[in-house]
Design a protein around this ligand. Structure first.
Ligand SMILES: Cc1cc2nc3c(=O)[nH]c(=O)nc-3n(C[C@H](O)[C@H](O)[C@H](O)COP(=O)(O)OP(=O)(O)OC[C@H]3O[C@@H](n4cnc5c(N)ncnc54)[C@H](O)[C@@H]3O)c2cc1C
Length: 337
């Protein structure tokens, strides 16, 4: 009997996490990752990778949104507690979020009861960084650095028999003649593949600096953040709605540097090693659903998993596990389509 064939289109954090989970669920299936960009060329590579869902992160309803976030946390926490943690680029980090004006900015109802520590910052802690900080929280969470996580996953995927194919896809349904199911994890690429007007880029830029003495993360007002990663510290940031500019902007870089140095003055001694830009694939809600398309009259089964915006490292595992269930349903014909 012929093996089940599944294509996962996309090799960013969402695609690779989905592919690895599909391998666990369908042990005898032939699973291919098909993508036109890998590793350093993906958006996922740009992210600092901190587990902190924005309070605007939205799935199809409240229960599913929370399930995605909770499942994701447990996925990252399991890797963090395993002997593979450092190979996979997953570690615990702690730090502060401050605001000079808005108390709600320092709260996060998605994770306050999920992470091991989430508490109000003390008066002394509010004076840790220069600035007139009125509100603050201290919390512990997880950092997943994609420059380590993606290669670790690619290698696990290949060792489990998965195949990686470099190819641009201009029509998802064209894969229907080769595969039983196509899982669409193309991030912003889905804007064109699915003609999805709800998908909007939110441009971001970060600096990577050498500052091994920074062990704590700090968030300040106006998208300012300092996040210690495995091999560098990430300084951010900006959020530019509907911008398609993938080039490094000198003025954004200067503004980020100035804001981060005023938050953590010791960064003035840090060497800049890279500047990176990425377009966050923002969609409200994130799309994880089944669809049947037709190619020359033949049914093509699709499961979408895209639109994670600025929270794709945080939430990729939860949406991927959900997408795997949808693959199972669509294969069993247990579909309400
Ligand atoms: C500055 C910045 C900082 C961030 N920090 C964080 C953070 O700290 N925490 C967090 O959770 N998130 C963060 N994010 C968000 C995170 O980076 C994204 O949500 C996540 O990377 C999205 O992953 P993805 O797999 O959907 O997309 P991508 O990484 O873009 O992967 C998409 C894949 O699809 C493939 N593809 C697309 N179209 C086609 C096509 N037509 N044919 C073939 N292949 C195709 C691409 O080649 C690629 O392999 C940040 C983003 C930015 C910009």
């Amino acid at each position: 009997m012929k093996n089940l064939k599944i294509a996962v289109v996309g090799a960013g954090v969402v695609g690779i996490t989905t592919a690895v989970e599909l391998q666990k669920l369908f042990r005898n299936a032939d699973i291919d990752i098909v993508a036109d960009k890998f590793d350093v060329d993906t958006l996922s590579f740009v992210a600092a990778g901190i587990f902190r869902p924005g309070t605007s992160f939205t799935g199809p309803n409240e229960d599913i949104t929370r399930k995605w976030i909770n499942d994701s946390y447990h996925y990252w926490d399991n890797i963090k507690n395993s002997r593979e943690a450092s190979n996979a680029g997953v570690a615990e980090v702690s730090g502060y979020i401050f605001s000079s004006e808005y108390p709600q900015i320092v709260r996060n109802e998605f994770i306050e009861k999920l992470v091991p520590i989430y508490r109000t910052a003390t008066e002394d802690e509010l004076r840790l960084c220069p600035g007139k900080w009125k509100y603050g929280s201290y919390f512990t969470t997880i950092l997943s650095q994609c420059s380590l996580y993606l290669p670790w996953c690619y290698s696990n995927f290949k060792n489990a028999g998965g195949k990686i194919i470099e190819r641009n896809i201009d029509n998802l349904s064209s894969l229907g003649s080769e595969y039983d199911v196509v899982v669409n994890c193309t991030g912003l690429g889905a804007k064109y593949l699915c003609k999805d007007r709800k998908l909007v880029p939110i441009r971001g830029q970060v600096l990577k600096v050498e500052a091994p003495w920074v062990k704590t993360f700090f968030y300040g007002d106006y998208d300012t953040y300092v996040i210690p990663c495995f091999d560098s510290v990430t300084l951010g940031g900006c959020r530019q709605y509907d911008s398609y500019d993938c080039t490094v902007n000198k003025y954004d870089g200067l503004s980020i540097k100035e804001r981060c140095e005023s938050l953590v003055p010791s960064l003035r001694n840090a060497k800049v090693i890279a500047q990176r830009v990425g377009l966050r694939p923002h969609r409200d809600p994130v799309r994880v659903e089944k669809e049947i398309l037709y190619n020359n009259g033949n049914k093509v089964r699709i499961v979408h998993n895209y639109g994670h915006g600025g929270y794709g490292i945080t939430t990729a595992p939860g949406t991927s596990l959900y997408a795997c269930e949808l693959v199972r349903e669509i294969l069993m014909g247990n579909s309400k389509l």
